[in-house]
Design a protein around this ligand. Structure first.
Ligand SMILES: [Ca+2]
Length: 125
């Protein structure tokens, strides 16, 4: 797997000033890029974004190969990211997750072992 690399952009559609990041960055203030990010290109890896410095506040995950040309694409907020770090992800044939119908792990639960691009058509095995 290639080294993690991500580019943050000041404006939507990867425009404006850009900042390339290759390792955990606890404080974007030092980089002159605090609360400025509005779009993202994940060149490689999986990254965790944070609302505050030192990996605090709300968090969002962004993946290589996904389109984050505006902040709504990562379900975040505009101009809030203050720190970020690469996530070590080991994908194996046993990598799965449980999805619950309701909050607090309540209601119906399904276990997923492969990507589900569309829950509308999803049939539980
Ligand atoms: Ca912030």
């Amino acid at each position: 797997m290639s080294e993690p690399r991500i580019s943050l952009y000041e404006h939507g559609n990867t425009s404006g000033r850009a900042l390339e990041v290759k390792s955990a960055t606890a404080n974007l203030v030092d980089k002159g890029f605090n609360d400025k990010c509005s779009s993202i290109v994940v060149h490689s890896g999986v990254w965790e974004l944070f609302e505050h410095v030192n990996y605090g506040g709300k968090t969002w995950i962004v993946w290589e190969g996904q389109n984050y040309n505006e902040w709504t694409k990562w379900g975040g907020q505009n101009d809030v990211i203050s720190s970020l770090r690469p996530v070590k992800v080991k994908i194996t044939s046993r990598s799965g997750c449980k999805v619950y119908q309701h909050a607090h792990n309540k209601g119906r639960c399904i276990e997923l072992w492969e990507p589900v691009p569309n829950f509308v058509d999803y049939q539980s095995p």
